[in-house]
Design a protein around this ligand. Structure first.
Ligand code: GTP
Length: 638
């Protein structure tokens, strides 16, 4: 039985702040679901597509057709509720909605997961599909197959998911469904007859799509009789109820009050909160295998993405599917603007990291910026969104150092170097790179980049890839106008501005996506910066030898612009293993802040000297040369 009395507090917690409009409607019309759900009547599916191909708009239509929202809701893209999602017009968080739908007089429970399109949030897709048996793969009937379409298609195939190929935006005058069907056929061998055509905006073909979800996607294959076992696909923090988890139940059933335990920690726990997300919470007493539900074990109950929640009787084992580990693409230092804000920022990062499980957080410190954290992200957009959410959702302001990709080194005679347990070390911060004399081999992370471009830009795109040290793989014609290129590219050449450059050289027509290709040996060196002969740790970078001279010159010139003139001459040198690759000099200059004051206004003179002293605090002193803190944050950025 569904509890009809709503937990009022829950309505104003995390979910209500994500779904304010829907909550009030749900209070009036509690669409009580039948809790004796037959697993054959459950469909767990996700909507996947290239960015902007209409996932969130389609999700709106599915919420309308199942009565969750009224048609014409004034707030489009209902599932994109984070402020950052609304401001940027992109989905960054996968969101679940359990929908009731009657088809052929039979009641079905459809668990829809709306996923982000941008490659930086692809882990949300990877996580979500661990609870799915099928996907609706949307393709814009005007733009056709794009790089991310190729990525989501391969991901769905690798995970043995049923794919419902669906062309969206067929209402657009320039839509060409037949052409896009033939692209799907030539690239993925998808039969044109199996492709549906819809307009998510106008609602055309959405009923037929619902029917396809029910008739084509298989029900979950689960063990309804066994002990309770679920895996966690998302978590978030609730001020009053602690960690709340989104769980996919693989076997048995779970009830409120049931004794359970985490796979990662055998301490007994009790299920305190159980709810369906529609997408607001609808408390329930019991959930069965095959369902995707919210579970909470109270403020001290814990829970993390990838962990499993088990019936207390169940012996620990490795069975049950889990969430694949995340591969971090860029690392950056995050520091409080002022060290007194460290505890507040620490709390905010902890809570946000619970909801954004893709980040890896480790403590860090820097002589210039104080105590902070080194955080691993999936890409630069992810990094930007994380800092924007820190500010918007937790009022925590942070400063960021320049991002860098992780490198790997094989250390000579590792046993002699105590801090390294193995012979291979992943270095996420150039500062921590072992001494060059102790390194046997350097490895750089590579990706396989997929580019879909109109043929007229082929030359420009090829030059860009070669310039970025790319190695071509066989290409494929998408149709007579578009080509798909694939390149093995160093991640460091892709992560910062590759996408923007590609867009600008192809007038916005090419699309790009990349997949991890692991670490491979590379000719890398550590480039250091000396200020008047003294090494400045924070400015060391790892560079490819082919880029060494260019980077050395660029960095020295930038530092010359950023370091103010001082009373003594400042020599800036970019060096590798004692050899100087670039040098810049800042001439001596004495700044007398009181020079403009005539006569003896003592209070004014004191005020100016005090201001100068405060300014000095924001400086890091190296060899008696004062370097503004901003230099450490901005100089390595492109
Ligand atoms: N004409 C037309 N426009 C559509 C249709 N579906 C979506 N759009 C528009 O396409 C744009 C992107 O739609 P979204 O639903 O935000 O796309 P998305 O795939 O969720 O985007 P991300 O989550 O950022 O990947 C919006 O301006 C929609 O109004 C459609 O069927 N027809």
């Amino acid at each position: 039985m569904v509890r009809l009395i709503y937990n009022v507090r829950s309505l104003f917690s995390v979910n209500s702040h994500r779904f304010p409009r829907i909550v009030s409607r749900r209070l009036k019309s509690s669409d009580a679901s039948d809790n004796n759900i037959d697993v054959k009547k459950i469909r767990n599916f996700s909507i996947v597509a290239h960015v902007d191909h209409g996932k969130s708009t389609l999700a709106d239509r599915l919420l309308e057709i199942t009565g969750i929202i009224k048609p014409g809701a004034e707030h489009a893209q209902v599932l994109d509720q984070l402020q950052v999602e609304r401001e940027r017009g992109i989905t960054v968080k996968a969101v679940t909605a359990s929908l009731n739908y009657t088809y052929n007089n039979e009641k079905y429970l459809l668990n829809l997961i709306d996923t982000p399109g941008h490659v930086d949030f692809s882990n949300e897709v990877v996580r979500s599909i661990t609870a799915c048996q099928g996907v609706i793969m949307l393709v814009d009937a005007n733009e056709g197959v794009q790089a991310q379409t190729v990525a989501v298609y391969s991901l769905a195939k690798r995970n043995n998911l049923l794919i419902i190929p669906t062309l969206n935006k067929v209402d657009l005058p320039r839509a060409d469904p037949e052409k896009v069907k033939s692209q799907l056929q030539s690239l993925f061998k998808i039969e044109p007859e199996s492709v549906l055509s819809i307009s998510a905006k106008k609602g055309w073909g959405v009923k037929e799509l619902m029917e396809a979800v029910i008739t084509r996607i298989p029900p979950p294959s689960v063990d309804t009789k066994g002990h309770f076992r679920a895996h966690i696909i998302d978590t978030w923090h609730d001020k009053y109820r602690g960690v709340l988890c989104l769980a996919y139940i693989h076997s048995g059933k779970v009830t409120v009050g049931q004794a359970v335990k985490w796979k990662s920690d055998s301490k007994p726990q009790t299920v305190k909160f159980l709810a369906m997300l529609r997408p607001n919470e609808e408390p329930i007493d019991e959930a069965v295998a095959g369902q995707v539900v919210m579970v909470g074990c109270g403020p001290k109950g814990g829970g993390s993405v990838g962990d499993q929640l088990l019936a207390k009787e169940l012996a620990d084992s490795d069975s049950g599917s889990s969430v694949p580990p995340v591969k971090h693409m860029v690392y950056a230092g995050i520091f409080p603007a002022d060290q007194s804000q460290h505890p507040q920022l620490s709390d905010a990062i902890k809570k946000l990291a619970l909801n954004d499980s893709a980040v890896a957080v480790t403590p860090d410190s820097s002589p210039a910026l104080g105590q902070g954290w080194r955080i691993g992200f999936l890409g630069l957009l992810h990094l930007e969104v994380f800092t924007q959410r820190l500010l918007q959702e937790y009022k925590a302001e942070a400063i960021l150092t320049a991002p860098s990709v992780p490198y790997k080194v094989k250390v000579k005679g590792a046993k002699a170097i105590k801090q390294y347990k193995g012979t291979e070390v992943v270095v996420t911060n150039p500062l921590l790179l072992p001494d060059a004399n102790n390194i046997e081999e350097y490895y750089e992370p590579f990706v396989i980049g997929t580019i879909i471009t109109p043929v007229e830009y082929l030359g420009a795109v090829t030059s860009l890839c070669i310039d970025r040290r790319g190695t071509p793989l066989p290409s494929n014609a998408v149709d007579d106008r578009m080509t798909m290129l694939q390149y093995i590219l160093p991640l460091s050449e892709v992560v910062i501005d590759f996408h923007d450059t590609l867009k600008s050289i192809t007038s916005g027509f090419a699309s790009f996506d990349y997949q991890d290709y692991g670490f491979h040996p590379s000719a890398l060196v550590r480039m250091d910066i000396l200020i008047n002969g003294v090494l400045v740790d924070e400015l060391s970078t790892i560079v490819h030898t082919s880029r060494l001279e260019y980077n050395a010159r660029r960095l020295a010139e930038k530092l010359k612009e950023m370091i103010p003139r001082q009373m003594v001459q400042v020599a800036i040198q970019a060096v590798v293993g004692g050899k100087v690759f670039a040098r810049e000099t800042i001439k001596a200059y004495r700044k007398d802040v009181t020079a403009k004051l005539y006569g003896g206004d003592v209070t004014r003179r004191k005020k100016l000297l005090k201001q100068q002293a405060e300014g000095k605090k924001k400086m890091r002193s190296v060899a008696n040369i004062r370097i503004p803190r901003n230099t450490f944050i901005d100089v390595l950025k492109r």
